[in-house]
Design a protein around this ligand. Sequence first.
Ligand code: TA6
Length: 268
Amino acid sequence: MIDFIEVHNNSASAKIALQGAHIFHYARKDEKPLLWLSEISDFEVGKAIRGGVPICWPSFGMNNSDLPQHGFARTSEFKHLATNEIDANTTEVILVLKHSKETLALWPYKFELELKVTVSDKLTMELRTTNLDEKTFKITQALHTYFSISHISDVRVKGLDKKPYLDALTNEQLTQNGDIVFEKEVDRVYQEVNEQILLKDKDRTIRIKNEGSSSVVVWNPWIEKGKRMSAMRDEAYNDFVCIESANAFDDFVEIKPKNSHTLKAVIS
Ligand code: TA6
């Protein structure tokens, strides 16, 4: 079992694991959770939790073949720096990961990675990367959010109409036409996105607004890949969709020594 921080205030509750600064529960008061969490996920040291918001960093996917898929942050132990009760409705939690012998062996740069989570009637995540090295480095990254839904056939994603995207399944560069609905495996990197995205479900609409990034990954594994995924039931693909706030592929971030970059996502 891994350690986690629990937040309860007048507007919402959240749980954040120190491993990976991984938010694995967020719900507004008297509402169903917004985040999906696999009921058979391992809460084991060294294994990413399946669900919630894994942090993919310093590389998204297999962008850097020297690193594990989605980087090492999601399995690294963060330090809990502070919990600040801003008011009765708002709590801020700050977690930090710094370079170590282990990270330098995988990725040869000194850094500080800070996640500030603000729990209120919105979930706000601010992932700040600071370059503490003498060399400039490049990162790709994602807040790989798993949203809990009533059923995959009930949801549509709005706000990406006419956007260019890379279909990660075929490697084709395509253009979105209308809303996204799910009738097969979907693994796409949308580009040039600055607008708010809506996840429309039967009985609620979730809003996602990102800053510091222009790529959004939309993913559902569907039946066959769903069966091959670790730490999730075969039918779990019906219960979630990932809409990921990302800096992926050409939308990488270059950070000079002593400089920082923040990827921010607000979910409401
Ligand atoms: O963001 C989509 C994706 O890269 C998919 O291709 C997919 O397999 C997924 O993330 C989950 O990856 P994981 O390493 O957590 O099994």
